[in-house]
Write a protein that binds this ligand. Sequence first.
Ligand code: AMP
Length: 217
Amino acid sequence: MEGVSEVLMNIILLGAPGAGKGTQAIKIAKAYGLQHISTGDMLRAEMAKGTELGRRAQGYMQSGQLVPDDLIIAMIMERFDGLGQKGMLLDGFPRTVAQAEALDKRAKVDAVINLTVPEDVIMTRICGRRVCPACGGTYHISRDDPKICRACGGELVQRPDDNPETVKKRLDTYLSQTAPLVDYYAARGILHSVDGSISIEYGFMKISAILEKLKNR
Ligand code: AMP
């Protein structure tokens, strides 16, 4: 594929809700031929299909809590089973130390990109976010058409958990349960922090520079 330099690395995108993980994930996966795996998207698909897992996850997601580790780990291991020979870009997984330990037993993690964004920017970002359920595209009402997806023409929606009250809860959840992963991966020397508050292009440029360096190691 033109413009794609495939890499066989497994990369994790870490960061608070609204840090830009989803937006960067789509760009990185395309540029490096990685399999984009978003546990949030997988759970929303389960909910839309009305499966048992979707029903069990719904309450947690709508209240800004994490879905229990056993459900997430079972879901992601099944997804890994179906993967071919491709590097993975994990977006929104792991979110707890228990999930990271389960991942360690299954796959080698080559790099963890930690997108950092100050808390005050996050609220404005998430509350103006619109997403395309058809292709996963993410937009913001301050700079994009609020209704139609630029990539596929689908109708944009606001996620039910993108409201100020739930965002506050999601941030608390992030700080208490997910932020410890920063130290977990820093201790192994594979953590790379990138300022996610400047612009999408800046974040992508920094992430690409990290991946290029790893590729040429
Ligand atoms: P996201 O689309 O990544 O922001 O995820 C939306 C919601 O799905 C989160 O607020 C959690 O309720 C749930 N979720 C997604 N990924 C995970 C995970 N790895 N562990 C637990 N809950 C998750």
